[in-house]
Design a protein around this ligand. Structure first.
Ligand SMILES: Nc1nc2c(ncn2[C@@H]2O[C@H](COP(=O)(O)OP(=O)(O)OP(=O)(O)O)[C@@H](O)[C@H]2O)c(=O)[nH]1
Ligand SMILES: [Mg+2]
Length: 257
């Protein structure tokens, strides 16, 4: 069973188009769980109005804790599926890639599959140069801790129980990053290229405060790594990109610092 978890905060105009694209996916998720943290633009009403046409559940967090990461964990707790797919509501992540995200998991080749903007064939069309540079810098800083090219996206799949095991105290905005840091060297990760489309409706919730929080989390994780992890294992040899199912033999083989 596949559970799709979608965190929402004021995404009213994106819900219907997103659901119509998800419905055309094969395999389609068996369960679509929206976790809403106090939207006031009609997002909840919109989700409820569509609940008869799709296997939708709505979790309404009126006193939300731990931000976006907390919303994803709440969705994972409520989900019934063995496999969990997490994606944003703003159509930046292509639902059509859900099958590719699931494939390495179903074949037992990976513990986590990430929709990646920064492997071959991944892209962020339409971004201004400054945004590309900032995003790349953040990804580059995260790489020594994760061995993954795009650890800060919100589009990934993994066994539901594993996510819950790895994020007992997840905080902040970047749940995939938290999972990767927590999972460490034992986590077999595959990155699947995605074309990330900038949101065309609604407003971004990314802010300076959130970026600052991420910087603090990064520093804390880096400090732990430097001061506590005395291992001399070779740096990353994780081959985390597969361009297509045909190239899937390149996957996994993670050696984590
Ligand atoms: N439940 C919940 N969802 C959130 C929260 N913050 C953001 N979201 C949702 O999480 C997803 C990602 O948020 P975005 O605002 O698109 O952030 P982003 O994708 O990093 O930034 P942009 O690329 O500028 O859109 C969207 O589906 C949001 O509606 C939150 O605090 N709680
Ligand atoms: Mg977004």
């Amino acid at each position: 069973m596949i559970s799709l978890v979608i965190p929402t905060l004021n995404e009213v105009d994106n819900i219907a188009p997103l659901l119509s694209r998800v419905a055309r996916c094969t395999p389609a998720p068996d369960q679509i769980i929206f976790v809403d943290d106090g939207s006031n633009d009609g997002t909840r009403e919109c989700i409820r109005s569509l609940a008869s046409s799709a296997p939708i559940e709505l979790i309404e967090r009126d006193a939300p804790s731990l931000g976006l990461a907390g919303a994803v964990v709440a969705g994972a707790h409520a989900a019934g599926g063995e496999w969990l797919v997490v994606m944003d509501a703003d159509l930046s992540h292509p639902p059509e890639k859900i099958a590719e995200l699931l494939q390495p998991l179903l074949e037992g080749r990976a513990d986590m599959v990430i929709g990646s903007r920064y492997v071959k064939d991944g892209a962020t069309p339409g971004w201004p140069v400054w945004r590309k540079i900032l995003s790349r810098i953040a990804a580059a800083f995260a790489y020594p801790l994760t061995g993954v090219h795009d650890s800060m996206g919100g589009f990934f799949a993994m066994p539901r129980k594993l996510l819950l095991e790895l994020t007992p105290a997840a905080t902040g905005f970047k749940i995939a990053f938290e999972v990767l840091v927590q999972g460490g060297r034992n986590l077999r990760v595959v990155e699947i290229p995605i074309v990330f489309r900038d949101r065309s409706r609604g407003v971004s919730k990314m802010s300076f405060g959130i970026a600052f929080l991420f910087a603090v989390r990064w520093l804390a994780a880096m400090a732990r790594r430097l001061f506590r992890d005395q291992e001399t294992a070779p740096r990353f040899s994780r081959q985390s990109s597969i361009a297509s199912p045909a190239k899937s033999s390149k996957v996994a083989n993670s050696v984590f610092p």
